[in-house]
Design a protein around this ligand. Structure first.
Ligand code: MD3
Ligand code: FE
Length: 204
C-alpha cells in the first residue's frame, strides 16, 4: 500500500518485508566494521540514539558541528561500502514513490532502544535538496512526528512498523521531524530495538 503523508512524502507500508533477512545480514556486516556509537551534538549533549554509517560519506556530529565525513572518526578508515541489498531497496523504493534515478551515497543506521528518542530537527546538511530521502523502519514500532517547514508548525504522528519505507521529497524534504520515545517491547527478528536506515544523497 502507498499513502501520501505530506506534499512529496510517500509511505510504502511493508515495502522492505520481503528483504528483511538480507537487510539484517547487511546491517550485521556494516556494524562489525563500523560499530554503533553515541555521538555528541555541538551543544555538548550525547545522543540517545546510537548511529553508524555505510557508503561514501557518513553524517557525523561532535563539538565542532554536523557534517559529512568520508572516514569513520572511530577508526580513521573509510566507512564500509553500501551493501547491494541496501542500494537496491533505496533506489526501488524511491522509484515506487515517484522519484526515479535516486542513487544514495550515504546510509545512516540509527539504533533505538526503549527510552530513546530523536528530537525535532531538519535534515539540511546535504548539498542538493531536490534529492529525496528514503527511510526504512525495522524492529520495534515507533511514533514518527512530522511537522512543517517551521519548528513551531504543528506535528502529526505516524506509526512506523517493521518493514515500512518512507520517501521524503519535494516540499517535505526540509520539513521538521522526529521520533517519540521508543516504548518497551521485543521484536521477533531484532529483539528490544528499532533500527532505522536513512538513505541520502549527501554530495553532488
Ligand atoms: C522527513 N531519522 O536520521 S526517519 C534522521 O526514524 C531521522 O531514525 C528518523 O530523522 C528515524 O535524520 C526518521 C524518517 C525521515 C528521515 C528524513 C527526513 C523523515 C524525514 C527528511 C525530511 C523529512
Ligand atoms: Fe532526520
Amino acid at each position: 500500500p502507498r499513502a501520501a503523508m505530506a506534499p512529496g512524502a510517500v509511505l510504502l507500508r511493508g515495502f522492505a518485508l520481503p528483504r528483511e533477512t538480507a537487510l539484517r545480514a547487511a546491517i550485521d556486516t556494516v556494524t562489525a566494521e563500523a560499530p554503533f556509537r553515541h555521538m555528541t551534538t555541538p551543544g555538548g549533549f550525547t545522543m540517545s540514539v546510537a548511529m553508524t554509517t555505510c557508503g561514501e560519506v557518513g553524517w557525523v556530529t561532535d563539538r565542532k558541528g554536523y557534517r559529512y565525513s568520508p572516514v569513520d572518526p572511530l577508526s580513521g578508515k573509510p566507512w564500509p561500502a553500501m551493501p547491494a541489498p541496501f542500494r537496491a531497496l533505496a533506489t526501488e523504493a524511491a522509484a515506487a514513490a515517484g522519484y526515479p534515478g535516486f542513487h544514495p551515497d550515504s546510509c545512516l543506521i540509527n539504533r533505538y532502544t526503549p527510552g530513546t528518542r530523536l528530537s525535532l530537527h531538519q535534515d539540511q546538511d546535504e548539498k542538493d535538496f531536490s534529492q529525496p530521502i528514503v527511510s526504512v523502519s525495522l524492529g520495534l514500532p515507533a511514533t514518527f512526528q512530522f511537522g512543517g517547514p517551521r519548528r513551531t508548525d504543528p506535528t502529526v504522528k505516524f506509526p512506523l512498523s517493521h518493514g515500512d519505507v518512507a520517501v521524503w521529497g519535494g516540499p517535505s524534504r526540509l520539513f521538521f521531524h522526529g521520533v517519540a520515545t521508543l516504548k518497551d517491547g521485543a521484536h521477533p527478528l531484532l529483539g528490544r530495538k528499532r533500527i532505522n536506515l536513512t538513505f541520502r544523497r549527501a554530495l553532488e
